[in-house]
Design a binder for this molecule. Sequence first.
Ligand SMILES: Cc1cc2nc3c(=O)[nH]c(=O)nc-3n(C[C@H](O)[C@H](O)[C@H](O)COP(=O)(O)OP(=O)(O)OC[C@H]3O[C@@H](n4cnc5c(N)ncnc54)[C@H](O)[C@@H]3O)c2cc1C
Length: 230
Amino acid sequence: MAWDIVIAGGGFGGFYAARRLERVLPHQSARVRLVTAENFLLYTPLLPGAAAGTLEPRHVVVPIREELSRTDIILGRVTGADPALSQVSLTTIDGREEALRYDQLIVAFGSVSRGPARAGACSARPGFKTIADAIALRNRAPVNLEIAESLDDRDQRREYLTFVFVGAGYAGLEGIAELQDYVADVIDRYPRRRLDGTCWILVEALDRVMPEIAPSLADFATRELRARGN
Ligand SMILES: Cc1cc2nc3c(=O)[nH]c(=O)nc-3n(C[C@H](O)[C@H](O)[C@H](O)COP(=O)(O)OP(=O)(O)OC[C@H]3O[C@@H](n4cnc5c(N)ncnc54)[C@H](O)[C@@H]3O)c2cc1C
């Protein structure tokens, strides 16, 4: 009897697990089911481009069904698991509660952005992990410029012209740089903003940016950002 393999989460981990299994498992040897909240793989390295409008949102996602032909794709959210029964429970996108039995379970839910230490400090602000986050950021910049342009009070204008990114990892750094490029491209259309300038602040708890890469490259990135006035 074929093995039942359930993959929970369709991001990089889950998607590539399914793709690899399709390649290595003999036909009919296993049933692979992928439970995922979206029917696309978000290609996160291109997310800053979507936030800055240099890329269309549809160009930073890969439709999962186009890439996986032998995997059963189930759209929904995994809500729990019972290892004793070898079973995961899920809610499908149309709200049905279901249970899936498995012989092997691959858990690949990804991570969530860490929240601010002080409750409420940034709770209403967009994160930078999903396509919706990127679109929200892309929309926020021109709206802020429009509001600032309409205000007579210089201090009030400054509030809308100050952009704060929290977290100087790869995503934060690329995000601030791309958004700054976008604003630089449209700046001439906003005479008052030209007068006041924008303010870009990158906040990081560690003593360096991008702990995930070599210090020499991180230093280079810091110098580049400082040269832009950040
Ligand atoms: C802006 C940005 C840029 C990045 N750039 C790079 C880069 O250049 N190079 C690099 O190596 N890494 C980069 N990363 C990091 C990289 O995206 C992550 O390391 C990678 O996505 C982790 O893969 P994952 O499968 O663990 O999680 P994810 O890719 O986050 O996938 C998790 C999936 O599980 C789904 N899910 C979550 N909960 C449930 C549930 N209950 N039920 C069903 N589905 C669920 C989610 O919807 C998602 O589809 C970047 C990240 C960001 C945010």
